[in-house]
Write a protein that binds this ligand. Structure first.
Ligand code: SAJ
Length: 401
């Protein structure tokens, strides 16, 4: 069986490699010729432990090949980005473009699957597009939606072990997709319809955003109440059925901070809690930046000089090098804009250099700083001792104080 993966990014490439490793002949398609060239050379353009060896194996054996254009296959997978536009409206133009690209290749009996996180109804819209352009295929091909849940950094394990939700436009489509994924997924394959599968992905990430918003709201309340929010959450979680997540400096990444808008854009009146959670998590980053600026002013008034400030962390979550949609990056930028020539030391141990920020070693920055701002709970920061000799703003629970 030959499978064509449209999109060789964080999800498409690992999935294509794992399918190839399990006996599927795979054509990986990407619009970026550099990605295609690197993939055919057995070189990864993404960071994912253990994946490059697997890529070299499947490219070497001929099980996987990359190209900028699709070719006739038996199954087609849309694994392209679904960003949102300025007004938080979902943008499915990449899914539509990938679908149009495979239209001429589709034949009776083929399987077409969307994996990209999409607003509810996208699979139905692509079905309508396919049958409008290829009416002879109506009822003759299988169409389904199957979202992924992998955590970057653990993709190989999760792609083969996580359960998956598979929703077809009809039962035959669901079964056809189950048959394909069953070749390499050890987790349980849960059958449903395509709209439920689309909403399931959005629900998973929106639920997490709401849970994080609850923790962030608690942190604002406790700051005003003079309560240690880390201790409070630890105690509340002693309850057998309470599991409050951790406050942070905001919510970043291109998943949790994005997917809820796919629901609020389509259900604005009904999705109030989901919309408020987004507001709270966005506001938390603004609130942190303000706290830093206030402390800098307070220091200058007390000491008659501008402080040296260490901004600890730029990544969107602990122990990764991904700065996309990072609240920490937003806070550092806002603080730097607001302060004329105070000495701001920027730290990100997971990145060698940055084209905007001059990076300082985390130990040096800590030593030199009058004010230490813990933004991202990277493991190395946990070795830096708490001291009363510095002003320490801990937004991510390094010291739990
Ligand atoms: N965060 C907190 N407090 C917490 C947990 C997370 O502030 O207690 C912040 C993180 O710092 C980060 C953001 O939230 O800025 C998102 O972090 P995350 O741990 O949710 O990581 P993601 O976005 O890489 O992965 C999520 C996962 N979804 C769920 O856990 C429901 C992952 O399984 C999905 O595959 C992924 O989104 C995705 O691609 O949708």
């Amino acid at each position: 069986m030959k499978a064509c993966f449209m999109g060789l990014g964080y999800i498409g490439l690992p999935t294509a490699i794992i399918a190839a490793k399990h006996g599927v002949r795979v054509l990986g398609v990407d619009i970026n010729p550099d990605v295609v060239e690197m993939t055919n050379r057995g070189r990864l353009h993404i960071v994912e432990p253990g994946l490059e060896e697997m890529l070299q194996e499947v490219v070497g054996s001929g099980a996987l090949r990359a190209s900028t254009t699709p070719e006739t296959s038996d199954a087609y997978f849309m694994v392209v980005p679904t960003p949102f536009k300025g007004n938080h409206e979902p943008d499915i133009s990449y899914v539509e473009a990938a679908t149009r690209a495979v239209l001429p290749c589709l034949k009776e009996g083929d399987l077409y699957v969307i994996e990209s996180t999409s607003p509810v109804g996208t699979t139905d819209r692509m079905r309508d597009l396919i049958f409008r352009e290829r009416p002879e295929l109506e009822g003759k091909i299988f169409i389904a939606y199957c979202p992924e849940r992998v955590l970057p950094g653990n993709v190989i394990y999760e792609l083969t072990h996580n359960d998956r939700v598979i929703g077809g436009i009809d039962e035959a489509s669901t079964e056809k997709a189950v048959e394909f994924y069953g070749q390499f997924v050890r987790g349980t394959l849960h059958r449903t319809n395509c709209k439920t599968a689309e909403m399931c992905k959005l629900t998973e990430n929106s639920s997490r955003d709401v849970q994080i918003a609850f923790a962030n709201e608690l942190s604002l309340i406790c700051d005003k109440a003079g309560i240690n929010v880390w201790e409070l959450i630890e105690l509340a979680n002693k309850h057998p059925r309470v599991n409050i997540l951790q406050p942070g400096c905001g919510v970043g990444g291109h998943c949790i901070a994005v997917d809820p808008y796919f629901i609020t854009a389509d259900f604005p009146k009904e999705s109030r809690l989901i919309a408020d959670a987004r507001e709270i998590n966005n506001y938390k980053a603004f609130w942190c930046a303000e706290r830093v600026q206030n402390e800098m002013l307070r220091f200058e008034l007390a000491h008659g000089r501008k402080p040296t400030v260490a901004m600890m962390g730029l990544a969107f979550k602990p122990n990764i090098d991904d700065l996309r949609e990072s609240p920490a990056k937003y806070i550092v930028t806002k603080v730097m804009q607001g302060c004329n020539n105070a000495d701001i030391l920027v730290v990100e141990p997971n990145v060698e250099k940055h084209n905007v920020f001059k990076l300082t070693d985390y130990r040096e920055a800590y030593e030199q700083a009058d004010i230490v701002v813990m933004l991202v709970a990277h493991d190395p920061f946990k070795e830096l001792p708490w001291t009363d000799k510095k002003v320490i703003l801990d937004f991510c629970g390094i010291y739990k104080r």
